[in-house]
Design a protein around this ligand. Structure first.
Ligand code: GLN
Length: 495
């Protein structure tokens, strides 16, 4: 019999429903694993008593005959989702002592207010979700379970490492410019960033509001589908940008595919577009080889590959690194030491208090982005930078629509390289920005995208295949990934 931590979300749910194990027993097993794997640095906070109380409540619902698909299964949340009576730091010293009076909508829907999953705590991340290696966390770096000298990716690095190391069966993440897909790729797990607005942003610590989006991270597409069904859906009273569309039962179609007869071509008729710009010299050969291997597999399953072009891909880097810091500089102005956040112990007057509190509370990368953002929004530069970036953002979105007339799904790499050594890019923020090239354009367009384990590259490190869909096409992405995963076992490999 496999150990509990080797079971998928779907398998754990089935065991709980069959009363082969209780939610309290499952929670205890995973809490012990969190402690034994503490050196990875994936967790920022746990509270055994609260978790076991949630598990007890789930057991009571199970005993009463309730059969919600995720009831009693544990997960953990990226530390940018606020959680009532529990720390939420966003990886920053600024929020070291913050306690939220409410739960984020996503937390509530996955937890006691809905699906009945059990939260085991909060996961490490880059400060205010700004970064690509989790080395911008103000608390500690996170290690990649495949090679502990390497980063797990970021900013949802704690989520990716915890799922890859089987410390939790699933986790939440957030993606502003790649922070679900890139750590999923670098840590060898599956993650999906839905269409912008699919999941409510209520209770997500804001980074760049026109880009921020929540999504699930787990080992398989099926597990992601189960979580997304519970997380998604309108929340218009609390987040006016949430989509006014009901959440689908994303898992149902996938489960139906399980019964498909062997030997059929489940992806027959699917056109997969390969943007020239995603397969150029900027991508390392080992990553390209793994991605091409995955594409061959998709072809065998019946998909047709077509060459397409996204000519503005390179511009997505400067556009994103103008728009995201601009929005961040505005969102982060709330941390003034009065209404929110750290306040300096000693100061002479109000201005000195603001200055000292913000200097002490924010790390280098966050400070850099506040400065860039303030600059591009200032009088005299607004038109040249911010407005120009907004116009190019529109053109990038239009390019995607042209491409979606030639194909159903776009595929390519997630990250130009496998995971790098911890500390290797710490002094070179631009190197990190450039490595976001394959994830930023779809974020700017608000499109759904996912990362699916597709093999291994240099140093035996995982490589993810990126799949990008048109607006609202999460179901198509998840079912394509699921059919790929029914015919490959990359997502089942253990570090
Ligand atoms: N790496 C990108 C950045 O640093 C994306 C971060 C994110 O998606 N939260 O901004």
């Amino acid at each position: 019999m496999s150990a509990l931590h080797d079971l998928s979300v779907a398998q754990l749910a089935a065991k709980l429903a069959a009363k082969e194990v209780s939610s309290v027993e499952v929670a205890q097993h995973f809490l012990a694993r969190i402690h034994s794997q503490d050196a990875l640095g994936a967790f920022l906070a746990t509270d055994e008593e609260q978790s076991l109380a949630q598990a007890g409540a789930a057991d009571a619902r199970l005993a009463a005959g309730e059969r919600t698909p995720l009831l009693g299964v544990p997960l953990a949340h990226k530390d940018v989702f606020v959680t009532r009576d529990f720390p939420t730091t966003a990886g920053s010293k600024m929020l070291a002592h913050y306690r939220s009076p409410f739960d984020a909508t996503v937390v509530n829907r996955l937890g006691a207010g809905g699906a009945g999953m059990v939260s085991l705590g909060k996961l490490n991340c880059d400060e205010f979700a700004m970064g690509s290696g989790n080395d911008n966390s103000a608390y500690k770096p996170v290690q990649n379970p495949w090679d502990t000298s390497r980063v797990p990716g970021g900013s949802s690095g704690g989520s990716a490492a915890a799922v890859a190391a089987r410390i939790v069966p699933a986790a939440t993440g957030t993606d502003t410019g790649g922070s679900i897909r890139q750590p999923a790729s670098l840590s060898g797990i599956t993650g999906i960033k839905p269409t912008y607005g699919r999941c409510s942003r209520y209770g997500m610590v804001a980074f760049a509001s026109s880009l921020d989006q929540a999504g699930p991270m787990a080992r398989s597409a099926l597990d992601c589908a189960l979580l997304l069904s519970a997380m998604a859906g309108p929340d218009l009273d609390r987040d006016s940008t949430s989509l006014d569309m009901p959440a689908a039962d994303y898992a149902a179609e996938l489960i139906a595919a399980n019964t498909q007869a062997a030997g059929t071509k489940p992806l027959q008729g699917l056109r997969i577009g390969l943007p020239t710009q995603f397969f150029g010299a900027g991508c390392s050969a080992d990553v390209l080889a793994a991605v091409r291997g995955a594409l061959t597999e998709l072809e065998k399953l019946g998909a047709t590959l077509v060459d397409v072009s996204l000519p503005l891909t390179e511009l997505s880097i400067p556009v994103y690194y103008v728009i995201a810091p601009a929005e961040a500089s505005s969102n982060l102005s709330r941390y003034d030491g009065v209404r929110y956040g750290h306040r300096a112990a000693e100061y002479t007057d109000l201005e000195d208090m603001y200055k000292k509190s913000r200097t002490e509370g924010f790390g280098d990368e966050v400070t850099r982005r506040i400065m860039i953002g303030t600059y591009v929004l200032s009088h005299g530069y607004y038109d040249a930078y911010y407005l120009k970036a907004q116009k190019i953002r529109r053109l990038i979105a239009e390019d995607f629509q042209k491409v979606f007339s030639q194909c159903d799904i776009i595929a390519g790499p997630v990250s130009p390289t496998v995971a790098w050594k911890i500390g290797e890019r710490s002094d070179d923020p631009v190197a990190s920005y450039l490595a976001d090239i394959y994830t930023l354009s779809s974020s700017l367009a608000g499109l759904p995208g996912m990362s699916v384990p597709a093999g291994f590259g240099a140093h035996g490190m995982p490589v993810g295949l990126q799949l990008i869909g048109n607006y609202f096409k999460e179901a198509q992405l998840l079912s394509t990934a699921h059919k790929f995963q029914m015919n490959t076992d990359w997502h089942q490999r253990k570090p």
